[in-house]
Design a protein around this ligand. Structure first.
Ligand SMILES: C[S@@+](CC[C@H](N)C(=O)[O-])C[C@H]1O[C@@H](n2cnc3c(N)ncnc32)[C@H](O)[C@@H]1O
Length: 313
């Protein structure tokens, strides 16, 4: 936030950061004998693209499973997709040789890096290769860059709660439109300030009023996508069609590097029957075999979760 002038002419210009909640709290998590502390939010932001700012039930499920089966991680190289704040990858770094945490969201990558820093400075562990990388599913250039640095590929690909994403062109478009709006607002306010000093205060009040109304409309649209029981399955269904195939394209590329010696461990939390089928079908259509790990079906929060092992056929 930027404050200009003083006294009667005191005005506040809002920049993009005003709309991002980065009031992260240091939070303690316990998985079996493993205790982790990291920064995260405790409630979702209004923007679905910032889902990675908090720890999801899928990560709790996966971390419980991994901490009980830590021997499978010993000395391994791991890549995690859609890492969010990094709770899974950071746990893995206590056992693995190298861990690459990935996400596509710049804001999420910032807190992910901060949590990595927190751990590398507070713990003196064996894992020297704990890093965060930007990876948008389906981006060949970004996968290539990661594989150039890890030419042998990875032993494990991990994912927790990553298939529910509302990573849609519609939502992205509305978010981008909103940011363009803020930018235009900022430019106009400053321009007006320069040419019409006397009317500045009234003008800014009017603009801020319009901007708040726009925020409400944006939140209403997002609320429709996330909150309305009738509409949301349809919207999620529409959105997922674009992100699930890209997720599996990326997984397929990573599994191919090691052929039969790499597996994708997915912590799946069921939220809509239609998605359950879609995830399974997408794996099969990518020439993969998907099997439920016996004994992992459990209730997380009020939802049912399961661990899947996915390999190339
Ligand atoms: C629901 S959060 C789960 C975060 C974390 N795995 C957990 O369980 O706490 C989904 C994560 O996937 C990331 N994500 C969503 N769409 C993505 C995409 N197309 N490419 C890469 N990452 C994506 C989000 O930024 C977010 O961090």
């Amino acid at each position: 936030m930027e404050r200009e002038g003083g006294g009667e002419d005191d005005i506040v210009c809002l920049d993009e950061s005003f709309f991002i909640n980065d009031n992260y709290q240091l939070t303690k998590f316990t998985f079996g004998s493993q205790v982790l502390e990291l920064f995260c939010l405790h409630a979702a932001s209004t923007d679905f693209d910032l889902t990675g700012q908090l720890v999801w039930p899928g990560a709790m499920l996966l971390n419980d499973y991994l901490s009980k089966n830590a021997e499978m991680l010993q000395g391994c190289s791991v890549i995690e997709l859609g890492s969010g704040v990094g709770v899974t990858g950071i746990l893995c770094s206590r056992f693995c040789r190298e861990v690459v945490l990935t996400d596509h969201n710049e804001e999420v990558l910032k807190i992910l890096n901060k949590n990595i820093e927190l751990h590398t400075s507070s713990e003196n562990r064996n894992c020297t290769g704990l890093v965060a990388k930007k990876l948008e599913w389906g981006s060949s250039a970004q996968i290539k860059q990661i594989l150039d640095e890890h030419s042998g590929g990875f032993d494990l690909v991990l994912g927790a709660d990553i298939y529910i994403l509302i990573n849609t062109s519609i939502l992205k478009f509305s978010t981008e439109l909103f940011y363009i709006y803020i930018y235009v607002h900022y430019v106009c306010v400053n321009y007006y300030y320069a040419i019409c000093h006397s009317a500045r205060k009234r003008f800014i009040r009017a603009w801020n009023y319009i901007m708040l109304r726009c925020m409400e409309i944006k939140n209403y649209i997002i609320g429709l996508a996330g909150g309305m029981p009738v509409l949301s399955p349809m919207l999620i269904y529409g959105f997922q069609q674009s992100s699930i195939p890209l997720l599996f394209d990326t997984v397929a590329q990573l599994l191919h590097v090691r052929r039969g010696q790499c597996k994708f461990i997915l912590a799946y939390v069921s939220r809509a029957k239609i998605l359950d089928a879609m995830v399974t079908n997408e794996a099969i259509s990518h020439g993969m075999q998907i099997s439920e790990v016996v004994g992992t079906r459990t209730i997380v929060g009020n939802l049912e979760g399961v661990i899947y092992e996915i390999t190339l056929q």
